[in-house]
Design a protein around this ligand. Structure first.
Ligand SMILES: Cc1cc2nc3c(=O)[nH]c(=O)nc-3n(C[C@H](O)[C@H](O)[C@H](O)COP(=O)(O)OP(=O)(O)OC[C@H]3O[C@@H](n4cnc5c(N)ncnc54)[C@H](O)[C@@H]3O)c2cc1C
Length: 380
């Protein structure tokens, strides 16, 4: 797959690999076990420029593109899904929404520190009663003179308790459905904004996931992000690009599992020979390699379309749907190839399997991706 990448992209991938070998691999299992958010390592990724990849140079970013961000997320997920999820949501959701809809003043104020990793970003759409049906949200924002007042709650927010900048979706015209939703930038420490306790999760345990509560949260009028009542249109565009990044994360987890399984198959002996000699093992590996390649092509195509500023809804959903479900199959096979050892925390494949599950749920479940694809092909 390297043939599709520029020399610069291959170099960056190697940099991430080296970084992971030093800072992530020795700690990933411990962070997972304890559910520790790796603050220092995320800050170091900021120093590498990984938290400002889409941000133009004038706002302190790397002025890179979606293809390169996709490669970075894939490479991080190869070693640690939680870090990949952190980097993905910061870049493609919070920063992505500010880049898409922000005024120059908002970009000047928020992007330099987000790009440097001095600040972390979160994006809050989901609520306790509204996930797939995001437009059924209850959080309200009301205009009072020169400010807005937000009341409500959000659920499952990545970086919920560690973010410095939150992009929050709220109803501004409750009777208008999707045409009555607006986005706001809310800063950490704003009175009335509180994060719930960190969720205890199946996978990506080191990533920070919390609820958020908004109790009379006062936000200056200039923190309205994008046009009033047009926030849902921007949200869907942000999600299209975010889905390509979740697909990228699924690629990395699957590649990690496949590489570990290949290695193990060569080393493990049963019946006085390497288990790699058994056709059953070879076929599992062959299926995994083929499916991973197919998912990679779908994801590269979608990332390329993002960079061409093309309408990518169907292609993003296809990449996310296929890559996520592929990652579940490939990580499950990797455990199978490891036998009983695969079930133990001593080997990383069980963590890859647990981490991969979020790719079928976050930023739209597999069922919702199928809905999006079906709608698109009927309209074609
Ligand atoms: C670890 C984690 C991190 C997250 N991070 C964020 C974040 O940073 N920001 C954010 O805003 N949200 C975040 N989310 C929320 C995530 O996007 C939602 O969980 C997801 O969209 C599904 O919503 P739900 O959980 O309410 O499930 P529901 O919508 O209640 O779905 C339940 C089931 O019903 C199915 N279903 C629902 N509607 C349909 C339909 N029309 N047709 C067929 N089946 C349907 C679903 O596919 C699913 O199987 C995160 C979630 C997790 C678990």
């Amino acid at each position: 797959m390297s043939g599709f990448l520029s020399e610069e992209q291959q170099l960056l991938r190697q940099t991430i690999r080296d970084f992971a070998a030093t800072h992530i691999v020795p700690n990933a299992s411990g962070w997972d076990e304890d559910g520790t958010f790796p603050t220092e390592v995320v800050a170091k990724l900021g120093e590498l420029g990984v938290l400002g990849m889409l941000v133009p140079e004038e706002y302190g970013g790397a002025a890179s593109d979606y293809m390169t961000l996709s490669l970075v997320i894939e490479e991080l997920a190869r070693y640690d899904g939680a870090i990949a999820l952190t980097v993905s949501s910061h870049n493609s959701l919070c920063v992505g929404h500010i880049l898409l809809a922000g005024s120059d003043a908002q970009k000047q104020r928020y992007l330099p520190q987000l790009a440097a990793g001095a600040h972390l970003g979160a994006w809050a759409l989901t609520e306790p009663g509204s996930g797939s049906d995001a437009a059924a949200m209850q959080t309200r924002a009301e205009r009072h003179g020169d400010h807005w007042v937000i009341n409500g709650s959000k659920a499952f927010i990545t970086q919920g308790s560690v973010a410095d900048v939150y992009v929050v979706l709220a109803l501004t015209q409750p009777d208008q459905g999707t045409k009555g939703i607006s986005a706001f930038i809310v800063e950490k420490g704003t009175r009335g904004l509180t994060a719930g306790r960190k969720e205890d999760k199946l996978g990506c345990r080191a990533s920070d996931t919390t609820s958020l509560s908004f109790d009379q949260v006062k936000v200056p009028a200039e923190n309205l992000l994008g046009k009033e009542n047009k926030g849902f249109v921007d949200t869907l565009k942000v999600l299209d690009r975010g889905r390509v990044m979740i697909a990228s994360m699924a690629l990395g987890l699957a590649r990690g599992a496949l590489e570990e399984a290949l290695q193990y198959a060569k080393e493990r002996e049963q019946f006085s020979q390497s288990i790699a000699n058994f056709q059953a093992i070879q076929w599992m590996l062959a299926d995994s390699a083929t499916e991973l390649t197919a998912a990679t092509l779908l994801t590269r195509r979608a990332a390329w379309m993002c960079d061409q500023k093309m309408y990518v809804k169907k292609e993003a959903s296809m990449a996310k749907l296929y890559a996520s479900e592929m990652a579940m199959r490939v990580t499950a096979r990797a455990i199978q190839i490891h036998g009983g050892y695969g079930y133990m925390k001593e080997y990383p494949v069980e963590r890859f399997y647990r981490d991969a599950k979020i790719c079928e749920i976050g930023e739209g479940t597999s069922e919702i991706q199928r809905e999006v694809i079906a709608r698109a092909i009927f309209a074609d």
